[in-house]
Ligand binder design. Structure first.
Ligand code: AMP
Length: 288
């Protein structure tokens, strides 16, 4: 398989993308922050199945990190990432540096107002405007036909879908299911932060999702009862600190009291320094 090309300058990336388009190629795009794992690669494969050219961006976006978050500690492995990109069928890795993305005097932010408020937005108030801003910038440079995001970051996916609709991006947004480790823990670059003891406790999130599914399958539709089932499982693991466990409307993310059809059960849990997130759509087609 051909080596994956590396581009760093946004202007060069745009040029390459336009060249491909003029040659009639359909361009798929997978934005990432690097330190790639099977979850990322599943999205690359999905893009490769639908498009002739696949661009993976690797950019640890500072505007989506709040004060005191893990921006400086975020794990990096460019050489490893490039090898994985190639294996998964990507054609281009776009790895811009921060000054190229945020030029001096930069002062514009994109805000997806309501979807950014609940769940992760409550404890990470600047996070989703950082995401919406960088996704806008990345889309404007790559001009992809298709962009692929993971359901692992469920709220982010809804924010991006809304952004694309509201700002008239000519991009088809696709999503891929959460890829898990054999013990059920959702793959995440941030799993590297955990000690081996914390890692052994991390299964409590997926077990919480499964406990709620068990109640759902038994006919339970009351949101408080479903949340309680998930929380009881998480609270049994030592050294966990729950940020939130909630059930909300799967598209609007508005609160629900009972599930009519489907509801997204989403959670964020601290295990030591790592803040882990996971989710499932109760009543949906996929189970964790
Ligand atoms: P990140 O590098 O964490 O910003 O993630 C880049 C993309 O990969 C996002 O669309 C994530 O939702 C997606 N992603 C991260 N982890 C997983 C996973 N375990 N399964 C599927 N997609 C994932």
């Amino acid at each position: 398989m051909d080596d994956v090309q590396v581009i760093r300058e946004p202007a060069e990336m745009r040029e390459q993308s336009r060249r491909w388009r003029s040659e009639g190629h359909r361009i798929g795009f997978v934005p990432t922050m690097g330190y790639l794992h099977e979850g990322h690669l599943s999205l690359v494969r999905l893009a490769a199945a639908r498009c002739d050219r696949v661009v993976v961006s690797i950019f640890v976006n500072p505007t989506q990190f709040g004060e005191g978050e893990d921006l400086d500690a975020y794990p990096r492995d460019e050489a490893g990432d490039l090898a994985k990109c190639r294996e998964a069928g990507a054609h281009m890795a776009w790895i811009p540096d921060t000054p190229a993305m945020y030029t001096p005097g930069y002062q514009t932010r994109v805000e997806v107002a309501e979807l950014s408020k609940p769940l992760c937005g409550a404890s990470r108030p600047v996070h989703f405007s950082g995401v919406a801003t960088v996704v806008t910038k990345l889309f404007n440079v790559v001009e992809p036909d298709v962009a692929v995001f993971g359901q692992k970051d469920y709220q982010q996916l809804q924010v991006v879908r809304r952004l694309v609709q509201d700002l008239d991006f000519a991009v088809e947004v696709l999503s891929g299911p959460t890829v898990r480790e054999p013990d059920g823990v959702a793959m995440s670059s941030r799993n590297a932060y955990m000690t081996s003891f914390e890692r052994s406790q991390a299964t409590c999130l997926v077990q919480g999702l499964r406990a709620a599914w068990a109640r759902f399958d038994a006919g339970e539709r009351d949101v408080d009862a479903l949340v309680a089932a998930a929380r009881a499982t998480i609270d049994r693991a030592p050294d966990t600190r729950v940020d939130y466990v909630e059930v909300r409307h799967p598209e609007t993310l508005e609160p629900l009291t009972t599930i009519e059809d489907r509801g997204v059960l989403a959670m964020a849990v601290f295990l030591g320094k790592a803040r882990l997130i996971d989710n499932t759509v109760l009543g949906g087609a996929q189970r964790p």
